[in-house]
Design a protein around this ligand. Structure first.
Ligand SMILES: [Zn+2]
Ligand SMILES: [Zn+2]
Length: 174
């Protein structure tokens, strides 16, 4: 029973974390933000290194906000299974490291590709597509967030355009 509870909590943490990270952080960052595109989509990817090198500690906030969705549900989930929370955070961290295997010599073994396809898990190859083109392949951990994320991206871009247009209309006194 405890094992099932731990697995369920770990899975819930990953599902909820990736959901909030995708829709409340990742997509809005690509529309309204700045540092995710500059830092995370660069070959270095380190917010700490960027903040030090460019003397912009504000970039650290973006880095923190990217991870925060995974911590958001800990107070609730910890009470159900602390082992599950630890497992979920460990898996999330391992997936971050794995999905950024961008070296040209890396190729996900076909058996793992099949497992990932079956469970809708993002592979490094898929995540690389997002790093190459920020319009594609959302869902850092789960691929099924990709399609709704693209709709969300379109809506937020429309919102940004409308707000800007309103600002221009007001400024010109029309
Ligand atoms: Zn990435
Ligand atoms: Zn991105």
């Amino acid at each position: 029973m405890e094992v099932i509870k731990a697995i369920a909590v770990a899975l819930l943490l990953l599902l909820l974390g990736d959901f909030v990270a995708t829709f409340a952080y990742h997509v809005p960052e690509h529309v309204f933000g700045k540092f995710h595109s500059i830092v995370h989509h660069s070959p270095q990817r380190s917010f700490v290194r960027y903040a030090i090198r460019h003397q912009k500690p504000i970039a650290l906030i973006d880095g923190f906000l990217g991870a925060f969705p995974y911590f958001l549900f800990i107070p609730w989930l910890w009470g159900i299974s602390n082992v599950g929370v630890t497992l979920g955070l460990g898996l999330a961290e391992l997936h971050v490291i794995w999905r950024h295997q961008f070296s040209s010599s890396y190729k996900t073994p076909s058996i793992i590709q099949q497992i990932c396809k079956c469970f809708c898990i993002t592979t490094p190859e898929r995540h690389w597509r997002h790093h190459q083109n920020a319009n594609l392949a959302y869902g850092d951990i789960f691929t099924f967030y990709g399609k709704p994320a693209q709709v969300w991206l379109k809506n937020l871009r429309w919102l940004r355009k409308s707000v800007r247009r309103m600002g221009i209309t007001r400024a010109s006194g029309r």
